[in-house]
Ligand binder design. Structure first.
Ligand code: 4AD
Ligand code: MG
Length: 463
């Protein structure tokens, strides 16, 4: 007998087939007429398949009538047309085998609704709920769309290292990687002697694969990395994780305008794919989490992004300074409330802000002719704020070296990065999309901890 998924079994074309389904019971309802309705889910789609189990089945009384939420089963039978609401097929069981029972008195998901806070404590069970099942499928759909986009655009997927000695963003939010004995580290001249550590020097978990992606872009043209990224920022917000996934394209011969165009085309591709391929799950998010999510996504797919320079953005924001917790003046970084004002109130859609003050941006961004600003770009979206940060890169050797020195970095420590400007330097650009920020935007989930399977935040690294 062929094993099929619930998703396949729900298709009209399967009517008349003898099949086996495997999954977990969601509910059981017994009819007075002498049979039971079971709802079975196997994760292949949001919907369950209705199973009709007749009392003639040999284990009807002692097993089938004991089934409850969470029990795992294999059910064989025939797919028939259903006249139940919201389903065109159902399975008429000819046999049902129970693999694992699930005590209804102690199973935590027996009760229908739990808060997201509570479910975070049950990271081992929450994928069995509708919300987290839908999230896993949408996350998968987004990742596939990302790879498809860059492959179609002739990018090479490169794997940048997770352990590195450099601090790309220069913000000092690094997790250190060491095998030294923390109780009794080797010392020399009163300081810890990292020359005796595993890598002979201090090493960290990467905050960005950009610097290494630049190495491959300046050899192979267009590349992207897509991997885990780590930041030890002690910010307990609904938009920050200590471990998140970042997609970082890096392109030789791209200036800032090319970079902004690519970011827009990329986001639109991801949004359109989700709308076309994850329709059922997105309906769920729109109904249960945020009823504006589908309208927002449809609008994005079809509208041009608005562009503002940082200077223009600050001029708009200054008029509203009385309403902000942190009033803004030229030279300060945008806070989340400013980003949300711009996208939600002022523009009503995505905004690309460019040309930020050099003083608030990392050493690698290309300095403009005014020498005050750099060719940076942030893509801001409603409800979330910044989802992409990127820039044109400084390709001039002398300017790069002086920017490094200004920011207290020693060019010799980054000799390999500087070499890229020494041998065949090219204008080039790139950006980073935070996967979880993108998922928050797409699904409307309020807390970033609920769009990643196992969130890592200050004080939380269980499971
Ligand atoms: O703006 P960021 O810091 O840019 C970079 O790291 C560049 N090196 C990227 C590049 O040009 N290749 O981070 C990029 C994006 C942010 O816009 C945000 O979406 C996400 O990464 N991000 C985080 N997401 C979750 N938790 C955090 N702590 C994040 N920090 C950044
Ligand atoms: Mg940023």
């Amino acid at each position: 007998m062929t094993k099929i998924s619930v998703s396949t079994a729900r298709q009209h074309e399967t009517i008349g087939q003898q099949v086996a389904l495997q999954g977990w019971i969601r509910t059981r309802r017994d009819s007075k007429a002498g049979f039971s309705f079971l709802e079975i889910n196997d994760g292949s789609c949001m919907a369950n398949l209705q199973v009709v189990a007749d009392r003639e089945l040999p284990n009807y009384d002692h097993e089938i009538k004991q089934l409850s939420a969470g029990c795992s089963v294999t059910i064989a039978g025939e797919i028939k047309a259903s006249n139940g609401r919201g389903q065109s097929t159902e399975l008429h069981a000819t046999s049902l085998r129970v693999h694992g029972w699930s005590d209804p008195n102690s199973y935590p998901l027996q009760k229908k609704r739990h808060s997201f806070e509570k479910l975070r404590q049950w990271a081992h069970l929450r994928p069995r709920t509708n919300t987290f099942g839908a999230m896993a499928r949408v996350r998968n759909c987004v990742c596939r769309a990302i790879h498809d986009f860059f492959q179609q655009e002739e990018f090479l997927y490169v794997h940048t290292p997770i352990i590195t000695a450099s601090d790309c963003e220069g913000a000092g939010e690094l997790f250190e990687v060491t095998t030294l004995d923390l109780e009794n580290p080797p010392r020399r001249d009163g300081k810890i002697d990292f020359s005796r550590d595993f890598f002979d020097r201090p090493s960290y978990l990467t905050v960005s694969g950009q610097l290494e992606a630049e190495i491959y872009a300046t050899a192979l043209g267009k590349v992207y990395s897509f991997g885990p990224t780590f930041r030890a920022e002690n910010s307990n917000t609904s938009r920050h994780l200590a471990e998140f996934w970042m997609i970082e394209p890096e392109m030789a011969f791209f200036d800032l305008n090319d970079n902004m165009q690519l970011a827009e085309k990329f986001l639109k591709h991801v949004v359109r794919t989700v709308l076309s391929d994850a329709g059922e799950d997105m309906e769920f998010f729109n109904q249960r989490i945020d009823d504006s999510v589908l309208a927002t996504l449809h609008a994005i797919a079809n509208k041009d992004f608005v562009h503002l320079t940082y200077t223009e953005a600050v001029a708009l924001l200054e008029k509203k300074n009385a309403d902000f917790e942190f009033p803004i003046t030229w030279g300060q970084d945008l806070q989340s409330e400013h980003e949300r004002f711009l996208t939600e109130d002022e523009i009503g859609g995505p905004v690309i802000v460019s040309d930020f003050p050099a003083s608030i941006k990392p050493f690698y961004m290309r300095v403009n002719d005014d020498e005050q600003t750099v060719r940076a770009m942030d893509v801001l979206v409603p409800n979330v704020g910044e989802i992409i940060g990127g820039s044109q890169r400084e390709e001039r050797l002398d300017v790069l070296e002086s920017r490094m020195q200004q920011q207290g970095l020693e060019p010799d420590d980054y000799w390999w990065y500087v070499d890229l400007r020494r041998y065949g330097t090219v204008p080039h650009s790139g950006f980073g999309l935070g996967l979880e920020r993108a998922l928050q935007f797409i699904t409307g989930m309020k807390n970033i901890r609920d769009v990643i399977p196992f969130p890592r935040t200050p004080g939380h690294a269980d499971f």
